[in-house]
Design a protein around this ligand. Structure first.
Ligand code: KE4
Length: 425
């Protein structure tokens, strides 16, 4: 049998790139087998190097809400790239994207564009520490905020997938100010504030966790966060790199009625090109250089091609407002997935918010790291590979989120449900 091109490409990549991938979760380590290599994508589909087509529910880990290669987004990139690809000098495009973000998120009066979610988080944390003169940071176990040193503590996503509680190479000194607490646990949160009160510069949270699988917040948890941060003059940072513009045209803050002091964005606002953003009230944001003393910089920050893709994406989301439709489609899909697994007597639970969801091989309820860690990851690996052979691409880890795009159609859901009906665990 001819060796697959995927296999050939992977063996060459292994010689030149650590693990053959440029981001660990792509390596299929948690699900076994070799990663596929993608040649092209369109709408809800990706096509691998062996010419196999998949319905994509990973969507580049969230950015492709409008589906792959959406014509208006490509046209916008094409128009801009003929005028050059990077200047390192301001452009009106950056102001336009900033304007769209500021108009969509009431708590954001100013925004700094960067090139990744990690940089957005780094900026928010440094700003909070710079403004408060404090060092300590509260984060939640199982939440992932990019690979910045002081937050690689009990993180989620790839660190959970690969079982790396805290990465080597991060000096103890860099994490001694990081206080990891259980998600959705207001009692432990209150105790931490009593213990550290005026030493806490910031609390950073995924308002809907996506990096231990999808774990929605308990209503009182976010409210307790807000109350305690206000009382202690601690900066509340919502990491909305996944959720920004995913669940509505804007952020989750309005959904839960809890206002963040700083908001981190990424993924969708770049329409599939490298981007991140940190935004908040002007009096906080104006502490950033060159206005204020808190330094932050980036050669390709606000890059015209990335910003053009982001503008096109947000303008389409604003005009099409697909949120109710894809929320309903996701709800129906999850209900049918669950019914199919119940028919086969396979223990599972599904957490869903809007068009992001995770099917856990875990009776549930899955409400935090401890409960999600009980999931049967071996069964997830079998499920992943069963679905892959049926032409359905899921995140290659139990501890990630599935996403729908505006391009997914009824026949995709029917094919997906049929594949799940054939999964016997
Ligand atoms: P990036 O630096 O990867 O653009 O963003 C980091 C980040 C920050 N905050 C949240 C809530 C995130 O989910 C992420 C990155 N998400 C992961 C997957 N869940 C990216 C995939 C990967 O690491 O390859």
């Amino acid at each position: 049998m001819a060796i697959s091109r995927n296999a050939k490409l992977f063996s060459k990549a292994l010689k030149l790139i650590p693990g053959g991938v440029n981001s660990p979760v792509r390596a299929f380590k948690a699900v076994g087998g070799k990663p596929i290599f993608i040649e092209k994508a369109k709408g809800q589909f990706i096509l691998d190097a062996d010419g196999k087509k998949y319905i994509d529910y990973c969507l580049s880990w969230g950015p492709m809400l409008l589906g792959h290669a959406r014509k208006e987004v490509l046209d916008s990139i094409r128009r801009v790239m003929t005028r050059g690809t990077s200047y390192g000098i301001p452009t009106a495009l950056e102001t336009r994207l900033a304007e769209l973000i500021v108009r969509a998120i009431p708590t954001v009066e100013k925004v700094r564009l960067v090139s990744s979610g990690t940089e957005a988080v780094m900026t928010a944390i440094r700003l909070a520490r710079g403004c408060t003169g404090r060092d300590k940071i509260v984060k939640f176990i199982g939440c992932y905020h990019g690979h910045v040193d002081h937050l690689l503590v009990r993180a989620g996503s790839g660190t959970m997938t690969l079982g790396i509680p805290a990465s080597p190479g991060v000096p103890r000194d860099f994490t001694k100010h990081t206080i990891p607490l259980p998600y959705n646990n207001s009692v432990k949160l209150k105790a931490a504030f009593e213990k550290y009160d005026s030493q806490i510069a910031a609390v950073i949270v995924e308002p809907i966790a996506g990096n231990m699988g999808v774990v929605p917040p308990c209503p009182e948890f976010l409210k307790a966060l807000r109350t305690l941060c206000t009382k202690n003059k601690t900066v509340l940072i919502f990491d909305e790199v996944i959720t920004g513009f995913r669940l509505k045209y804007g952020c989750t803050q309005d959904i839960f009625g809890v206002k963040a002091d700083l908001t981190c964005l990424g993924k969708i606002i770049g329409g599939g090109l490298p981007i991140g953003a940190c935004g908040g009230k002007a009096d906080l944001m104006d502490n950033l250089a060159p206005n204020g003393p808190v330094y932050q910089a980036g050669t390709l920050s606000g890059n015209p091609l990335c910003v053009a893709a982001g503008i096109a994406t947000l303008e389409l989301l604003k005009s099409e407002n697909p949120y109710k439709r894809i929320d309903l489609a996701t709800s129906r899909l999850c209900e049918n997935l669950s019914n199919a697994l119940k028919q086969s007597g396979i223990e599972h639970s599904i957490n869903r918010v809007g068009s992001m969801f995770t099917l856990f091989f875990n009776p549930g309820p899955v409400t935090d790291y401890a409960s999600t860690a009980k999931s049967d990851t071996k069964k997830y690996a079998k499920y992943f590979n069963h679905m892959l052979s049926a032409g359905i691409y899921l995140p290659p880890s139990q501890f990630e989120a599935c996403f729908l795009s505006t391009a997914h159609k009824q026949q995709d859901f029917q094919k997906t449900i049929k594949a799940v009906q054939n999964f016997k665990g």
